[in-house]
Design a binder for this molecule. Structure first.
Ligand code: NAG
Ligand code: NAG
Length: 256
């Protein structure tokens, strides 16, 4: 996604708007994509004026909660998926849609279960969560992921704190990369000014991993969202996200 899809999107926008460069705003995996793009195709630095990265994910060494537990079983889970011929998960298929919209319906007794499921993935923040959004969230998501995507994130949380390319196993790594272990993404290739915004209660993109990332980027500012319970999904839909983050973030990007 970082190597092929994102540059296609960027080139399309620059073509359509006849602009030389653009401001990039990403959240979570959207930040991983930009970092992998600039690390592997540094010519794209020219096309990005500034990048605002919310809940940035490169290092996943200190991830907590459900993601950490799943990561521990990463190898096993992906072997099982391959055995069963499953390559995509969390699609908005008929059955998933039926189950999650039913469980998360406004009047359903299970709506708390539904809320806690989201919290268990990414950190708890009841005050900032607008329960009336749940039916909408359940209706539109999840929108699908490939097993390989999840496996790569699992590898990042298990590889001793490195931001590495996909690990195909010794033999395939030799063929693809010429080394038995996957190479690290070269963060020194990221030259654009980057603003990192992180949540103090974010189980996925935690303070330590973000701080580590910030040290490896050449032109970077780091800012916690000024609210102690701010978590991974608050960046998308917290009640006060506008006051707590968006206004500030947009003014940091500047207009042009
Ligand atoms: C970071 O980028 C900004 C905008 O391009 C530039 O004005 C500033 O001098 C850069 N800072 C460093 C430390 O390179
Ligand atoms: C919560 O979401 C509903 C439905 O979108 C919206 O009408 C309401 O203004 C939101 N409340 C707050 C406090 O943001």
């Amino acid at each position: 996604m970082g190597y092929y899809d994102l540059p296609a999107v960027i080139d399309f926008i620059l073509g359509a708007t006849e602009s030389k460069n653009l401001a990039y705003v990403g959240h979570s995996q959207g930040t991983t994509e930009l970092l992998t793009l600039l690390a592997t195709r540094p010519e794209y630095n020219e096309k990005i004026r500034v990048a605002a990265l919310m809940a940035p994910v490169a290092f996943l060494d200190r991830t907590k909660g459900t993601v950490r537990i799943l990561a521990a079983f990463n190898g096993l889970l992906s072997r099982i998926a391959k055995l069963l011929g499953i390559y995509k998960v969390l699609t908005n298929s008929y059955w998933i849609h039926f189950v999650d919209t039913t469980l998360c319906e406004k009047t359903a007794p299970t709506i708390l279960l539904c809320e806690n499921f989201l919290f268990a993935l990414s950190g708890f923040d009841r005050q900032q969560f607008n329960m009336s959004l749940l039916p909408l969230i359940a209706d539109q998501g999840p929108s699908g992921a490939s097993i390989k995507q999840l496996e790569h994130f699992g590898q990042l949380s298990n590889n001793g704190g490195k931001f590495t390319m996909f690990d195909y196993g010794r033999r395939s790594n030799m063929q693809r990369y010429g080394t038995p272990h996957p190479p690290e993404y070269k963060l020194s290739n990221v030259k654009v000014p980057v603003h990192l915004h992180y949540g103090l209660n974010d189980w996925i993109s935690g303070v330590q991993d973000v701080t580590k990332l910030s040290r490896l980027l050449s032109n970077c500012t780091v800012k916690p969202v000024p609210y102690p319970k701010f978590m991974h999904l608050d960046f998308l839909w917290a009640k006060d996200v506008d006051k707590l983050l968006y206004r500030d973030m947009i003014s940091m990007i500047g207009d042009r």
